[in-house]
Design a protein. Structure first.
Length: 307
């Protein structure tokens, strides 16, 4: 038996926000096209760099919000004699019926002023999808579009599950009717996620630190050259011989090759790191760390040349 969630308000509000972010993305893209004259012989103007970063962040936020909005609209609960399945986005929380010890209205649960404590997850306009603590410090897995007082709480030996079926009375009655029947399949109490969401990379903080620092160092280098390029002399000294005499002098545009090559190498390091991460995590760390070191070396070379 399938139960829809209490409200779809959060999903609809999320889609409206997605529309706003999409409009912002179109505006930023239009500004990039009108102002962004890209040339290998000129640094990216600061305005173009800023617009590009803003567009990238907007698209990332748009993608996340779109996924959460669709997940909120499709949030539902399936209850049969084998147990409860909470369907949230590309995840399914499976609770065997023999593990469910009690099902009680949320208004009988003592919790913090906000309904629960230490909530971590996704939430807006009544939607809560994540983890929290009830007043007795029990870990709660929350997938509801209503307040705790208007939700339903299922207790297992390890967790409390906070859900919001549209008809709580029918939900409790369905559990009471099916529990004595016994299961036809023996489930495990677990969260089943799509393989993409289950990648360990999403929770690997050292990996994201290396990736983020490499990207930040490269972006900062481009921004720095964009700020100082017009103040540089027409020609620069790029190399000195063993006697300290300049033996390679070239146009200042040649200094732009350094961040361009660094960007290319960074993309290559990131791609190779992602490719090998699943099999050799340490090799991926070495690639991403090497990419960061390369950016710092290029920074040193640029500072040395500019003097």
């Amino acid at each position: 038996m399938e139960f829809k969630t209490f409200s779809h308000r959060s999903g609809l509000i999320g889609l409206a926000m997605v529309g706003g972010l999409a409009a912002v993305a179109v505006g930023l893209g239009g500004a990039l096209v009108s102002r962004g004259e890209v040339s290998l012989d000129r640094p990216l103007p600061p305005l173009v760099s800023g617009l590009g970063v803003a567009l990238l962040l907007d698209l990332v936020l748009l993608g996340l919000l779109l996924y959460w909005s669709i997940a909120a609209l499709r949030l539902r609960y399936r209850l049969d004699r084998n147990g409860l399945v909470i369907c949230w986005g590309a995840s399914r929380l499976v609770v065997p019926i023999e593990r469910i010890q009690a099902v009680v209205p949320g208004n009988q649960i003592r919790a913090g002023a906000a309904g629960w404590r230490a909530f971590r997850g996704v939430g807006w306009a009544g939607l809560r999808a994540g983890r929290a603590r009830l007043a007795d410090d029990r870990l709660a897995r929350v997938y509801t579009t209503a307040s705790l007082a208007h939700s339903t709480v299922l207790f297992t030996p390890d967790y409390a599950y906070v859900v919001s079926p549209r008809d709580p009375g029918a939900f409790v009655k369905a559990w009471q009717v099916r529990r004595p029947l016994g299961p036809t399949q023996f489930w495990q109490e677990e969260e089943q996620r799509a393989w993409l969401l289950d990648l360990p990379l999403w929770h690997d903080r050292p990996a994201w630190a290396l990736i983020g620092l490499g990207l930040l160092a490269n972006l900062a280098l481009h921004s720095y050259l964009a700020l100082v390029f017009e103040q540089l002399p027409a020609v620069l000294t790029f190399h000195f011989d063993l006697l300290g005499q300049a033996d390679r002098i070239a146009s200042r545009t040649e200094i732009l090759r350094l961040p361009q090559v660094a960007s290319l190498m960074l993309v290559l390091d990131l791609a190779l790191g992602f490719a090998v991460y699943g099999r050799q995590r340490m090799a991926a760390y070495l690639l991403w760390g090497g990419g960061l070191i390369l950016q710092l070396l290029v920074w040193g070379a640029v500072i040395t040349i500019i003097g």
